[in-house]
Design a protein around this ligand. Structure first.
Ligand SMILES: *Cc1c(COP(=O)(O)O)cnc(C)c1O
Length: 425
């Protein structure tokens, strides 16, 4: 062990050794993650080959983007990876919230009701839906909203879900990942059970799953257990750290077609949309995504075990199965959150000299601290940490394009907590 190298990165010997002890106990878990990565790699590779991705596909279009074969084939590849009829995968989709907004607003009409059967959705969707009053929300367009909160133990309140489904219920939105909450993340299997339940009550209902952070953390995706639309961001897992922008919606053709019309214009739909030179990075990112996601999973498991050993509550805990790449660590104070995020930022390949501080963010209702020294701005498949400054003062740690980098970042976060006198080894 070359401790000097770690010293250069601001990490002392005691912290390196502490991390080494934690890591020793994780060998079997890491092996299982490697097997998962291999399975998902094979799945992605097969989708590339089946669709005959070739050098032509890496060319790109400008202007209207008519007949962009690379773009159209990319959508076939996504559809095959997720096992769906159709896909909309575009650089014009600016972020995950945008992709979700397209899926919702394309398929909900005035008088329809949106149901969230598994608790509050992701913060930014509150303004999309109109839970918090906002211009151009679904509420403004006459779409009503109903929510069934989770039970105390984090389980789904099936009885009240049943009661909430009515003649207006058109679309049911399920979020796989915990997001900025400390509830458990749902497995694809659990999502499948919930979908089956709502469809038994009302077969015509459209189920949309917010898949952000969940892609490639399991061998199956929500689209394979009955989700009609599965939605996510390319600057998270499926972009593999390379996609510079974009979002995806995969699912049944009739709903995805509508998403195309909503994204561009009625009548134009999927036919327009230039790719402006980003296709290679989107293809290559998808190709790398299974191993990049696996690295992030290992980083999350390492963080959970390290902080659990230090006496912090972590969600998921050190032993739990994982269905997304997010690791929550309840740090119990703003000061500790700031120290943790500093450690992540100071370990970054880009902007490592910057100190993150809490500030207001569009779409969030409390101050947020974010650490992200990343190649793609805001990318959260790259090593990053963030969290709203409010009880229980949890940081949400995610990413790491490589496991060694994630590990270094976590060690440095611990070092910052030690330096601030919050933790001692
Ligand atoms: C990140 C995320 C979103 C929103 O994605 P943005 O790209 O930040 O707009 C939505 N839902 C979940 C669960 C997320 O993790």
């Amino acid at each position: 062990m070359d401790y000097q190298l770690y010293e250069n990165l601001g990490i002392q010997k005691a912290v390196v050794d502490y991390g080494g002890e934690v890591e020793k106990s994780l060998k079997d878990r890491f092996e299982r993650i490697d097997s998962l990565a291999e399975y998902n790699q094979a799945k992605v590779l097969y989708a590339f080959q089946k669709n005959r991705v070739d050098a032509m596909c890496l060319q790109s279009s400008t202007g209207y983007g008519y007949d962009d074969v690379g773009r159209d084939k990319l959508e076939r590849v996504y559809a095959d990876v997720f096992n769906t009829e159709s896909a909309l995968v575009r650089p014009q989709i600016t972020c995950g919230t945008h992709a979700l907004t397209i899926a919702l607003s394309a398929n909900l009409l005035p008088g329809d009701e949106l149901l969230a059967p598994a608790g509050k959705p992701y913060d930014t969707l509150e303004e999309v839906i109109g839970i918090r009053d906002s211009k151009c929300s679904l509420k403004e367009y006459g779409v009503s909203y109903r929510q069934v909160d989770l039970l105390e133990d984090g389980g789904i309140d099936y009885e009240n879900v049943k009661k909430a489904i009515n003649e207006k219920t058109k679309l049911v939105a399920i979020q796989r990942s915990k997001g900025y909450q400390t509830r458990p993340t749902f497995s694809v299997k659990q999502i499948g059970e919930l979908i089956k339940f709502v469809k038994e009550i009302k077969p015509s209902v459209i189920v949309m799953v917010d898949n952000c952070y969940g892609e490639f953390t399991e061998a199956i995706e929500p689209s394979e257990v009955g989700a009609d639309m599965t939605v996510g961001s390319l600057i998270k897992n499926p972009g593999g750290g390379l996609a510079p922008i974009g979002g995806y919606i995969v699912g049944k053709r009739e709903y995805i077609d509508r998403c195309g019309y909503r994204l561009t214009a009625p009548g134009l739909g999927h036919e327009v949309g230039a790719t402006l030179g980003v296709l290679t990075r989107i293809y290559q990112g998808l190709f790398l995504a299974p191993t990049v996601t696996a690295s992030a999973l290992k980083g999350a498991i390492f963080a959970a075990n390290l902080y659990e050993r230090l006496g912090y509550e972590v969600v998921p805990n050190g032993n739990e199965e994982r269905y997304d790449i997010i690791q929550a660590v309840k740090l119990r104070s703003e000061k500790a959150m700031c120290a943790f995020c500093r450690g992540i930022q100071y370990s970054a390949p880009v902007d490592s000299y910057v100190t993150p501080i809490p500030s207001d963010m569009p779409g969030y209702d409390s101050k947020v601290i974010m650490a992200a020294g990343v190649f793609v701005q805001g990318s959260s498949i790259e090593l990053s940490a963030d969290g709203p400054i409010r009880e229980p003062f949890a940081v949400y740690f995610q990413g790491g394009l490589t496991y060694p980098h994630a590990k270094i970042g976590i060690l440095r976060s611990l070092q910052e907590l030690i330096n601030d006198g919050i933790v001692s080894l």
